[in-house]
Design a protein around this ligand. Structure first.
Ligand SMILES: *Cc1c(COP(=O)(O)O)cnc(C)c1O
Length: 234
């Protein structure tokens, strides 16, 4: 893909994100577009940066470390992939949010490293709403207990929920899962007023972000729609 396409793609997706936010009676800044740059080279990220992108999503610790040093310091890095506990220490001072927390063990390590660094790390709990065997994330039944335990840890703050919906041809098929995730976050606040900062919903990818926004998404993670197809064999 030529450089110009990334800029055009980014601006086009951003416009669709903003239009979808307004259509669902929200302000355009209520929804953040995260450019998912995993597997893509630095030049591609710079092109998106020049078009205005500041939020980047990555799923590998090593890639975050390499890209962090090569892009301007006003970029915000979102860890959106499965995170191993022994790697938390490398990214704790580099990412603005970890979207993919799905165990107490991982939360405990994030807490410990955050305290060491004198910061509070905002996190999201990944929920496997469609209950797919292939996906990470807690089940809806496990959610309450995990949130309660994490809320007792220092240096870590549950800010919301995240889900990776199934790959489908018709994005409308995923609406049901976005509805469930939003309802889970409403239930969390109702059950425990301390959870009133649980306001972020990280849901929606290239194929379904407009549907996700219409159901309340606050963070959409778009890769292919901005950077083109990924090649995992290089
Ligand atoms: C790769 C990835 C995305 C982006 O997917 P696209 O379909 O390319 O937009 C979003 N979220 C997560 C967790 C991912 O791993």
């Amino acid at each position: 893909m030529s450089k110009t396409m990334i800029k055009e793609n980014y601006l086009e997706v951003l416009k669709k994100v903003n239009d979808a936010a307004i259509k669902s009676n929200r302000k355009q800044d209520d929804v953040t577009l995260i450019a998912v740059s995993k597997t893509k080279p630095i030049e591609a990220l710079k092109e998106a940066y020049d078009a205005g992108a500041r939020d980047f999503g990555e799923n590998k610790v090593q890639e975050i470390l390499e890209k962090y040093d090569k892009l301007p310091k006003d970029c915000r890095w979102h860890m959106i992939g499965h995170l191993q506990t022994n790697k938390v220490k490398y990214i704790i001072d580099k990412v603005c949010m970890i979207h993919s927390v799905d165990s107490l063990k991982l939360a405990e390590v994030i807490s410990k490293e955050a305290v060491k660094n004198n910061i509070t790390m905002p996190i999201l709990i990944e929920v496997n709403v469609a209950d797919e065997d292939t996906k990470f994330g807690v089940t809806t039944d496990e959610l309450d207990d995990l949130v309660e335990k994490i809320s007792e840890l220092p240096g870590i703050e549950v800010r919301g929920l995240m889900t990776v919906a199934p790959y489908v041809d018709d994005p409308e098929e995923n609406r049901q899962y976005f509805v469930i995730l939003r309802q889970l976050s409403v239930d969390m606040t109702n059950k425990n007023p301390h959870n009133n900062y649980v306001t972020e919903l990280s849901m929606g990818m290239t194929g379904d972000y407009e549907v996700a926004i219409s159901e309340g998404s606050t963070l959409v993670r778009v890769g292919t729609g901005i950077f083109g197809e990924r090649n995992y064999n290089i």
